[in-house]
Design a protein around this ligand. Structure first.
Ligand SMILES: [Zn+2]
Ligand SMILES: [Zn+2]
Length: 287
């Protein structure tokens, strides 16, 4: 499968592909590159530089350099078209050379922004959870809490705006707490997945405890032109649903985002499948 926007952003990749290592590939210690995987590799090395025939016939030409994820240290793997009459591009796996994924793992290959070819493998549960953490969430929820306590007047445009700031050493997209409080008031401090979801009264605000979540996560602002920090994109969630939308198994996550999607006509310019991909809800087929 080809890299989705989520993967490109996470890996700093221009183009990439991933698939599950099959039992056969594991047994044979080799992967046959198909479709986009082959395209990326051929495009990178140049078809004339890929050896046709057995590895032993031309060891130098068969050996290719890849950067290994996550260290990005160079490794050398054999790559060839073993049969002159068949366009089957084959990559040989070898623990001694640093790359030996096993059956069931997700292996991936991508060209990064520096035009290097990076290869790696992760367990499927780790792969499915890529980039689902919101690292600045505590900070964001705290600023909302302070805004509720301060009882600030909600003079803010519902359409929001795009603004950046530095948090520590990182550049982040700003999330205005006033908009979140506006959303909490509209939802009556209830969970928008289901207003009957249980929460508790927060000591600091003496209000029902809910959390604000950006339905199209704010980290995608770089690829979306309208401001993501806008009232329509902010959802009020009970803590259980909020953790779930970040960390649950794919089916549960899909259920949560579908419920929100149905409620928010304003975001329907984005296809549901596109949003599901942003949440890494991607079912990888067995080949
Ligand atoms: Zn969130
Ligand atoms: Zn809930």
């Amino acid at each position: 499968m080809d890299f989705k926007p989520l993967h490109k952003l996470y890996f700093n990749a221009k183009i990439g592909a991933f698939s599950r290592v099959t039992a056969r590939e594991d047994y044979d210690s080799q992967i046959t590159l198909t479709d986009i995987e082959a395209d990326i590799v051929i495009d990178h090395f140049g078809i004339e530089n890929i050896h046709v025939g057995g590895v032993k016939e031309d060891k130098a030409k068969s050996q290719k350099m890849f950067l290994l994820y996550p260290s990005l240290k160079p490794i050398y793997l054999n790559l060839n078209f073993p049969k002159p009459d068949k366009p089957e591009l084959r990559l040989y796996l070898a623990a001694t050379r640093g790359f030996r994924p096993v059956a069931g793992q997700i292996w991936f290959i991508y060209r990064n922004n520096e035009n290097n070819l990076v290869i790696g493998a992760l367990n499927e549960n780790i792969w499915n959870n890529i980039d689902q953490q919101d690292n600045d969430d505590n900070y964001y929820q705290n600023t909302i809490e302070k805004t509720i306590i301060a009882k600030e007047k909600l003079q803010v445009s519902a359409e929001g705006k795009i603004a950046t700031a530095t948090l520590g050493s990182r550049l982040i997209y700003v999330r205005n707490p006033l908009l979140a409080v506006m959303r909490f008031q509209l939802s009556d401090y209830k969970c928008e997945i289901n207003p009957n979801h249980k929460t508790f009264t927060a000591e600091t605000t003496k209000m029902p405890y809910v959390e604000a979540h950006h339905f199209i996560p704010i980290k995608f602002q770089g690829i979306i032109k309208e401001p993501l920090d806008n009232l329509h994109n902010i959802v009020s969630l009970c803590p259980n649903c909020h953790r779930g939308i970040h960390h649950a198994v794919i089916d549960h996550k899909l259920d949560l985002i579908e419920k929100i999607y149905k409620k928010r006509q304003e975001i329907h310019s984005y296809h549901f499948d596109y949003i599901a991909e942003l949440y890494n809800c991607i079912k990888i087929p067995n080949l």
